[in-house]
Design a binder for this molecule. Structure first.
Ligand code: F6P
Length: 534
């Protein structure tokens, strides 16, 4: 394992702090409008083409000196050596002593670590998926994925995104929450004879998934379902626990695949059933091409690297606490939720690789909704609120629907939002307008101040030619490597998640108390709430 160098211990970190604070620096007077006016090459210089994804980074609050110092930061932190260690299968998840090899799941046959095991499972998985897709023979019409976190969000996001590519005679359902309001409405619409349940859990110990799987099995039997073995399959690294549940058809994966990085292998079964073998292989191919780009592209052309460094710049030097993701494609409606787990579970850490407390912030809050819906909800705050929140727009050039007129409106909205965030509107410009809804009782200059937009608000725009399996694979792999990059600079382990455990343990202690009403030893708030909820 390469020695780790924490970002704040490098000369580049100090240089970035100085750049941020320069009188003309990004934290003070740097102005995007001026930057574009005085630099005609800004868009060309600050936009990148990676496999499947074009990125305009020019509407961000950085200049050439910030960008080149960020590249020095990456060099001084040894990001390239850490990347190579990751790809080679070194135990980069040090706290669990595990390799992190989701990239091996999408490497072509014969390439990358563990290729034999990976392709043996993949071949079996795709053969099974094709069998289900042969609906006359399989009799399956509904596929229900029962899983949570990484065993839910990735497949759910991808199946929604690729709706135009999925088998027309199959319906897909995703049940994750231990709240029965998730499972019950799905079950209500199912026929046991035509339903396939996929129980997806890396550990096969997750409370929510096991409870929902038990409930689904009980429903299946109560509805006269026969042949549990044919209607329930498992996806897990814990084949023994799946067998104890009564599942005989299982697809395995390995402890070197993190839950939130697992959609490329057996956890991707719903995606494979939805798309078929060719579509799933195209999804893997797109991701693999992004892996090669991340591995081989020069730092200044390397999209995941640049995005990860920009994230560090915003989080640690501009002190921005969140990033909003606005996919202008309804199919990508679950992308923000997927990215929340990918980024916040990976990088929501406060100690470095040696367990030392960090003196700087790590993961931002990642959140968002598809455009244009978000425009009619929270964009007001993005434009005129007191906090600056970088926005990431995702535009898809070619629609797959043929409804006339809509797509151009969608794209115009996407462009307009990033333009409005940057350009803003001065009080003088606002004063020239005569807004029909303005109260005649309020002085025009006061109205003008309410209608002023500061502008100079940053955004990135990602452009996909089309949303197909290959492009989606590339997009998701780009996000994975971006998260890796900021983690490498921050000197944290992006691949453990100890922070989820305390709540699980306390839940197990509280569960019997909800039956018994026993509150001794509890804090007054928890005791009071428990009494109310019984
Ligand atoms: O609680 C967090 C977590 O461990 C995630 O990291 C994981 O994706 C999810 O739970 C589900 O875990 P499993 O696939 O083992 O059921």
């Amino acid at each position: 394992m390469p020695a780790f160098v924490r970002g704040d211990r490098t000369p580049a970190w100090a240089a970035l702090a100085a750049l941020a604070e320069l009188p003309s620096g990004p934290a003070r007077t740097f102005d995007l409008r001026e930057a574009f006016a005085t630099d005609l090459g800004r868009f060309e210089r600050l936009s990148l083409q990676a496999p499947g994804v074009f990125a305009d980074l020019s509407k961000n609050l950085w200049d050439d000196s910030v960008r080149s110092t960020l590249l020095q930061l990456a060099e001084q932190c040894g990001v390239a050596a850490r990347r190579d260690a990751l790809l080679a299968g070194a135990p980069v998840n040090a706290t669990e002593g595990r390799a992190v090899l989701h990239t091996a799941l999408r490497a072509p046959r014969g390439q990358g670590p563990h290729t034999q095991e990976v392709h043996a499972v993949l071949d079996r998985l795709l053969a099974f998926a094709e069998g289900v897709r042969d609906v006359q023979r399989s009799g399956i019409r509904d596929v229900v994925n029962i899983g949570i976190g990484g065993s839910d969000l990735g497949p759910q996001m991808a199946v929604a995104a690729l709706d135009d590519h999925i088998h027309p005679d199959l319906r897909f359902h995703f049940v994750s929450n231990v709240d029965g309001h998730d499972l019950a409405p799905v079950l209500r619409r199912l026929n046991p004879a035509t339903t396939l349940f996929i129980v997806a859990s890396k550990t096969f110990t997750t409370q929510e998934t096991l409870a929902n799987a038990e409930a689904a099995k009980a429903w299946f039997l109560a509805q006269g379902g026969t042949d549990v073995a044919r209607h329930f399959v498992g996806v897990t690294t814990n084949l023994k626990a799946a067998a104890a549940f009564g599942i005989t058809t299982t697809f395995g994966f390995w402890d070197w695949v993190g839950g939130r990085y697992s959609l490329w292998g057996a956890i991707g079964l719903p995606i494979a059933i939805a798309l078929g073998a060719d579509g799933f292989r195209a999804f893997l191919q797109g991701a693999h091409e992004m892996d090669l780009h991340f591995q081989q592209a020069a730092p200044q052309d390397n999209l995941p690297l640049q995005l990860g460094l920009l994230d560090v710049w915003y989080r640690n030097f501009m002190q921005f606490g969140s990033r909003s993701v606005a996919p202008y494609h309804q199919g990508l409606r679950r992308l923000p939720a997927y990215l929340q787990q990918l980024e916040m579970e990976s990088n929501g850490k406060s100690v470095d690789l040696e367990g030392q407390p960090l003196p700087y912030s790590t993961s931002p809050v990642v959140w968002g909704e598809p455009g244009t819906n978000g425009q009619h909800a929270y964009f007001q705050m993005l434009h005129q609120g007191t906090d600056v929140i970088p926005v990431e727009f995702i535009a898809v050039k070619e629609p797959t629907h043929t409804i006339p007129g809509l797509h151009r409106k969608l794209l115009a909205n996407c462009l307009a939002q990033s333009q409005a965030l940057m350009l803003g509107k001065s009080a003088a410009e606002a004063a020239l307008e005569k807004p029909p809804t303005a109260s005649p009782d309020v002085a025009p200059d006061v109205i003008a101040r309410h209608r002023t937009f500061a502008g100079n608000r940053p955004s990135t725009t990602l452009v996909l030619e089309r949303l197909d399996p290959k492009t989606l694979g590339a997009l998701i792999a780009m996000y994975e490597h971006r998260v890796f990059t900021s983690a490498a600079v921050w000197g944290i382990n992006a691949y453990d998640q100890w922070g989820v455990e305390l709540g699980k343990a306390l839940c197990n202690q509280l569960l019997p108390r909800l039956d018994s009403g026993e509150v001794s030893g509890l804090d007054a708030s928890t005791a009071g709430l428990l009494a109310r909820l019984r």
